[in-house]
Design a protein. Structure first.
Length: 349
């Protein structure tokens, strides 16, 4: 199989076989010209009747260029009619600056049956807190004043006032020296000479106490010399204790008298006796105790009473050496008289 090749770019005759045709491009027997070959690869076919050869369109030859023979390219545009650098359009920055404004906060959706709430303001003023605190303080003070006004008449208010502190028949108002409510000179019956000015102490009433005061006085005397010329000293000492309740008596506001009685009458022993003291106040008791030693004798006598909001207790202690005797009846009478005197002198006028 031979044919003349017109060369590159020349026309090909499809009716003539080409010398370069291979077995797979040869049409089978009985194939009409111009019909496709069955069972063969179309890309390898080049026989008569096939597709016409491809002829590229004519292109204009560019004029000679300076700079090494390479054509010059027009600058690219990025779609905005401006030259591009590096493939991206260059635009002069001229966008105006805008002031930032936070987006408006929408109001909170109201719950059913309630008015819509406004969103809280940032950086709120402290004025609201101050006003609220002042209002709250005024309300508290008003409540306290109202409570005092409602309970001040019977003295039952825990805050207390002068009426509460002075509740009852007795008061220590005006008592600046507790020894002034009794007569300490009665001790001269048991010992001739005073040891000195009596001592006293006062505790003023508070919201939870009616106040109290005490007095301590003493006398002494020297005994006659014995056959050896020795002397001893007889003494008589008195202690007064007066206390007041703050308001009415209760389980938490008990009279001092109750504690005294439990302690004094609950003790037993040789030479100790006690009994009721009648005729003074609501209740009273007395206690006597004597101890004999080789050269001297000690005698203690106590009187205590309570009445309304006052408790009064007097203790007298005698120390006498041999050769001096004391009547217990006289001692009991002095104790009883001074107890009554103290109670009378603290009664409200």
């Amino acid at each position: 199989m031979t044919s003349s090749d017109p060369g590159s770019g020349g026309p090909h005759d499809p009716a003539k076989a080409q010398e370069t045709a291979q077995w797979w491009a040869t049409p089978p027997t009985g194939t009409e010209p111009g019909q496709p070959v069955q069972g063969a690869d179309p890309t390898m076919l080049n026989y008569a009747g096939g597709m016409p050869p491809y002829t590229p369109p004519a292109q204009a030859v560019p004029p000679p260029q300076s700079g090494g023979g390479y054509p010059q390219q027009q600058p690219m545009t990025g779609g905005y009619g401006q030259p591009m650098s590096g493939g991206f359009p260059q635009q002069p920055y001229g966008a105006p600056q805008q002031q930032y404004a936070p987006p408006p906060v929408p109001p909170i959706a109201p719950a059913y049956g309630y008015a819509p709430q406004q969103p809280p303001r940032s950086g709120g003023s402290k004025t609201g807190w101050i006003v609220g605190g002042v209002i709250g303080l005024v309300v508290i003070v008003g409540v306290i004043i109202g409570a005092v006004a409602l309970t001040g008449d019977d003295g039952s208010s825990p805050l207390g006032d002068n009426k509460k502190k002075n509740a009852g028949k007795y008061t220590m108002d005006g008592v600046t020296n507790g020894c002034s409510v009794i007569d300490t000179s009665v001790l001269s019956k048991f010992a001739a000479n005073s040891k000195g000015a009596p001592e006293h102490s006062e505790t003023k009433p508070t919201d939870y106490s009616g106040g109290r005061f005490e007095c301590r006085a003493g006398n002494e005397e020297t005994t006659k010399p014995d056959k050896y010329g020795s002397t001893d000293t007889n003494t008589a000492d008195l202690t007064l204790d007066v206390s007041f309740l703050s308001g009415s008596s209760s389980a938490y506001n008990r009279p001092e008298y109750d504690l005294w009685k439990t302690s004094d009458t609950g003790t037993t022993g040789s030479g100790r006796t006690s009994g009721d003291l009648v005729g003074i106040g609501e209740a009273g008791y007395w206690v006597s105790k004597s101890d004999d030693y080789t050269y001297f004798t000690t005698t203690d006598y106590t009187c205590a009473v309570k009445d309304d909001n006052a408790s009064v207790k007097i203790e007298i202690r005698l120390t006498t050496y041999k050769g001096k005797t004391v009547s217990k009846d006289d001692l009991a009478q002095v104790c009883k008289d001074q107890t009554r005197k103290a109670l009378d002198n603290v009664k409200k006028k």
